[in-house]
Write a protein that binds this ligand. Structure first.
Ligand code: NAP
Length: 199
């Protein structure tokens, strides 16, 4: 299978690539240090990337940034950072990628535990996670040519705990390998419209 991994150089992306690269052709994408350069917040950049790589069997996204901050002081501009960084970017990768996916191919997007288990300062990020889950569930029933679409919703991963521990008080982080395994299930399995919770 020819599999495009967006965010392949990140904590989760690296684990996804490690699971797949032995048996599949993996193309890595991110803003730097990857096979193809991509800024998923830019429609032009997404189009250019798809033209560059040709047809693929699967797209896996392990990228997307969202705004963390107190609700009381959150501005519309700050909230828009989440919409542009995690919601629209992933949706555009699907919308513009449909014609580049082979029959029976798959999309796997990323959400996150905060939409189900709220944390302080997490409303904007939770909103985009929920948006991706709803998009996936709904888009699945309209996918042409037996193309499937799922999302993976990780808990905080152990490998990111130092960075996020102050936000996720009382959470039990999970190994990133478990998150990568959910991507494998989505890409190589038969399910569609699912959100795989790795909590
Ligand atoms: N880590 C966790 O505990 C955790 C838990 C739940 C959900 N998540 C979600 O999982 C996703 C990945 O998290 P992570 O911790 O693995 O992130 P990370 O370590 O910061 O890695 C992010 C990856 O995405 C790439 N990237 C960032 N912005 C991009 C853009 N605009 N266009 C294309 N590529 C871009 C980065 O490379 P460049 O900088 O070179 O572009 C890098 O490869 C995020 O959506 C995050 O919300 C993470």
């Amino acid at each position: 299978m020819k599999i495009l991994v967006v965010g392949a150089t990140g904590t989760i992306g690296k684990a996804v690539v490690a699971k797949l690269e032995k048996e599949h052709t993996v193309i890595t994408a991110s803003r730097k240090n990857a096979d193809v350069t991509l800024d998923m917040t830019s429609v032009a950049s997404i189009q250019k990337m798809y033209e560059e790589i040709g047809k693929i069997d699967a797209l896996a996204v392990a990228a997307g940034s969202a705004y963390f901050g107190p609700l009381e002081t959150m501005t519309p501009e700050e909230n828009k950072q989440s919409i542009d960084g995690k919601l629209a970017g992933q949706m555009n990768l699907v919308l513009l990628g449909l014609n580049h996916l082979n029959d029976g191919g798959s999309f796997t997007l990323i959400t996150g535990i905060m939409m189900d288990d709220p944390i302080k300062q997490g409303a904007s990020a939770a909103m985009v996670n929920g948006g991706i889950r709803a998009f996936v569930k709904s888009a699945a029933i309209e996918m042409p040519r037996s193309i499937r679409i799922n999302s993976v919703s990780p808990n905080v991963v152990q490998e990111s705990w130092d960075k996020f521990a102050d936000f996720f008080v009382g959470f039990n982080p999970v190994p990133v390998e478990k998150v990568a395994q959910a991507f494998v299930k989505s890409i190589l399995g038969g399910q569609t419209g699912q959100n795989y919770e790795v909590y």
